[in-house]
Design a protein around this ligand. Structure first.
Ligand SMILES: *Cc1c(COP(=O)(O)O)cnc(C)c1O
Length: 359
């Protein structure tokens, strides 16, 4: 397989050496060893510090989509009304996943390159009276960062039972306060800002979300309920990935030893550098408003007179790989993933030097 020296795709990100090492250790069987449960709890505590939550978590085998699906299936029943904040492909897509379960969906749509209007979200909550509001923290394909705190305030003001937030590509790269912002179900993946392999799906579950999961009693591989108190019962829902949990623990330690604030600041600085440099190359950013650009990924318009295929080919010749985009944006937008281990000024600079040469 070809590998590239300058990888700047928005996930999976480069896995740091210490994290790779954690995967390579030969562990025992998770369900037999008390040591595993201690590691699981230590990992939950460390990740809780990063996500700012006291809520218990499910750290399931899988990757981001498993968390997205599992949390919906576990907490929703047919007929439940879903209000989806849709200003990006994931935001719109999550609404559709939920609609498949409940049959009831209202999506508050916004242009993907514009900030969302909280007034419209509020009006929709008042009118639709949803059971769950879904939102995406950073909608990766379009590189935005949504005002989750403000949406959370609306959720609480109007007593919406559940607030579901996909923070797969923002957690550990952008400011986040799961408990302070009233997030009942925060969805996290390991291959974005945490810079592990795409092997775990993490859901933080508030007390009322646990309650809902027990009421709904969904039975499936991705069900949340069996995770409630499994550590105390020493009864795992299936064979857990000791390797994956150990790697995640190491990744959390790397973040906490650097200092969470420092990590967040590093992302902000690298993102700012990236955007300013992209503009100086005469390229146009996809998002119209600087204030809503994510510190973890930058979406850029493919310049006129050049196809993404050509540009991508020229970059790869120079050892650089960036991300393309999907659906309607495919061929029109490309993305620079500066999250986790890739929120590195030198790496991004090298990638942008190559972009300048490729142009
Ligand atoms: C990457 C990502 C996911 C999860 O996708 P995977 O299939 O795990 O790669 C979910 N939501 C967002 C916003 C993402 O960026």
């Amino acid at each position: 397989m070809r590998t590239y020296s300058i990888g700047l795709v928005p996930g999976p990100t480069r896995v740091p050496q210490a994290v790779r090492q954690a995967y390579l250790t030969d562990y025992g069987s998770a369900d037999l060893e008390p040591e595993f449960f201690e590691l699981y709890q230590a990992t939950e505590a460390a990740l809780g510090q990063i996500l700012k939550t006291q809520h218990r978590m499910a750290m399931m085998t899988g990757e981001g989509m498993v968390a997205l699906w599992g949390a919906l299936k576990s907490c929703l029943r047919p007929g439940d009304r879903i209000l989806a904040v849709g200003n990006g492909p994931y935001g719109v897509g999550i609404g559709k996943l939920a609609e498949g379960i409940t049959g009831q969906l209202h999506t508050v749509r916004f242009d993907f390159d514009q900030p969302l209007d909280l007034g419209q979200v509020e009006a929709a909550i008042v009118e639709y009276r949803p059971h769950m509001v879904t939102a995406v923290h950073c909608d990766t394909p379009v590189g935005n960062l949504n005002p989750i705190q403000a949406i959370g305030e609306l959720v609480r003001r109007y007593h919406v039972p559940l607030f579901y937030v996909d923070t797969v590509s923002a957690a550990a790269g952008a400011p986040l306060d799961v408990d302070g912002w009233g997030i009942d179900l925060a969805l996290v993946g390991t291959q974005k800002c945490l810079s592990c392999l795409p092997d775990l799906a993490i859901v933080t579950v508030s007390p009322r979300a646990w309650e809902m999961a027990h009421q709904v009693n969904y039975a499936g591989y991705d069900a949340l309920a069996p995770w409630d108190g499994f550590v105390e019962r020493r009864y795992t829902p299936y064979t857990l990935s000791w390797h994956g949990i150990a790697a995640l623990h190491t990744a959390c330690q790397l973040i906490l030893s650097e200092g969470l604030d420092h990590v967040i600041q590093r992302h902000a600085e690298v993102a700012q550098y990236c955007r300013q440099r992209v503009r100086s190359l005469g390229l146009e950013l996809y998002q119209c408003d600087e204030a809503v650009m994510s510190p973890t990924v930058t979406a850029v318009k493919v310049p006129r007179g050049l196809t993404w295929e050509t540009l991508d080919g020229r970059l790869r010749e120079r050892g650089v790989v960036l991300g393309g985009s999907w659906d309607d944006l495919s061929g029109h937008v490309f993305r620079i993933g500066h999250m986790g281990s890739q929120a590195d000024r030198g790496l991004v600079q090298a990638g942008l030097d190559a972009l300048a040469a490729a142009l």
